[in-house]
Design a protein around this ligand. Structure first.
Ligand code: UDP
Ligand code: MG
Length: 328
């Protein structure tokens, strides 16, 4: 997986838009992107990554690409997930800078000019932090808060809270990300891991312009577990510590019973203690094994070296075709 462009971008900015079944919002998204980037006075590539939509998104995108030479489309052969769609967009982007933005208009395109200004002022990564999560349910907010607290305790790389995937990346930041070989792509962590000068701007999350959220609670939980196991081996160490603690406890308990039996004899058969100890040890062992399995499973997935995604169609933005084929 090499950077197709090397260091020779074909336009100022690429906007990468991962999307899954967003047919209702695409025309409005396109119009607002055009309006928001018109003021930049520079060519802008709009790169839509269709993550295996089953509605008419692909047809809508094909229509947009036919009418606007700055629109490029990558279409996956099936749904591979948003992290993969973002990775594909970053690989194919031809801009000097890349903005990643959700298709549902929750990330208002009108913020792009100020992001570009921050990038021109020297930032390699411009993170967009949501001012509030009031649009989300109480449980989702609580879960998100707990997740960020947990991962920041465990991970060596601080992962800023409430920063979604709305951000701008400079060409060298994109190149750094493109060099990441791992299959388990917890992008929020990877963005933080690569470093570079970063600034954070605030914005208000808008309502979804149409359609429904594509994340089920189950998928969000999976993302959280992936994030933690990709960025920390603390849980493994925790299992070791727990084991050690249990062993010490068992020795202490053993001594206590020995002394008691020597002094007082053994009047009652120790069924309750026995069952408690067995259950406790069994539970802890199962937990530690589960933990090991979680990491081993990831190792197994990585070791297969499968591609991150399969592209079914690729219609590059026509306007930048010529300059891309010139080569270095
Ligand atoms: N998305 C995607 N692949 C998926 C799930 C979502 O490309 O498997 C896209 C989706 O179309 C949207 C963005 O990722 O552009 C964010 O998804 P969504 O709005 O459903 O998430 P939420 O804003 O509710 O967290
Ligand atoms: Mg959304």
């Amino acid at each position: 997986m090499t950077d197709p462009l090397g260091t020779k971008p074909a336009c100022l900015l690429t906007v990468v838009i991962p999307l899954l079944n967003e047919q209702e919002v695409l025309p409005e998204l396109h119009a607002r992107l055009k309006a928001a980037t018109a003021g930049l006075q520079a060519p802008v590539e709009l790169l839509f990554v269709d993550d295996g939509s089953t509605d008419h998104s692909a047809a809508v995108l094909q229509g947009l690409a036919a009418q606007d030479p700055q629109v490029g489309v990558i279409r996956f052969s099936r749904n591979f997930g948003k992290e993969q769609a973002m990775s594909a967009g970053l690989q194919a982007a031809r801009g000097e800078a890349v903005v990643i933005l959700d298709a549902d208009l929750q990330h208002p395109p009108e913020h792009i000019p100020e992001m570009v200004t921050a990038w021109r002022a020297g930032a390699d990564i411009v993170n967009m932090k949501r001012r509030s999560r009031r649009d989300e349910s109480w449980t989702k907010r609580r879960a998100a808060g707990a997740f960020y607290r947990l991962i920041n305790r465990l991970s060596d790389t601080p992962i800023p809270a409430d920063i979604g995937d709305f951000r701008l990346l400079s060409r060298r930041a994109v190149q750094a990300l493109n060099r990441m070989p791992e299959r388990n792509r917890f992008m929020k962590g990877l963005f933080a891991w690569i470093g570079f000068p970063q600034v954070t701007l605030e914005y208000d999350v808008a309502e979804r312009a149409g359609g429904a959220t594509k994340w089920s609670p189950h998928q969000l939980t999976r993302l959280a577990v992936e994030g933690i196991t990709a960025f920390s081996i603390q849980p493994l160490k925790f299992a070791t510590k727990l084991g050690l603690l249990t062993a010490l406890l068992a020795v202490g308990l053993g001594l206590f019973y020995l002394v008691r039996a020597l002094l007082l004899g053994d009047p009652v058969p120790g069924f309750p203690t026995l069952i408690v100890v067995i259950l406790m040890l069994g539970g802890m062992q199962l937990m530690a094994i589960g933990l090991l399995g979680e990491y081993l499973g990831r190792l197994w997935l990585e070791s297969k070296q499968r591609p991150l995604y399969i592209v079914q169609d690729h219609w590059p933005a026509r306007q930048f075709e010529a300059s891309a084929q010139e080569g270095p």
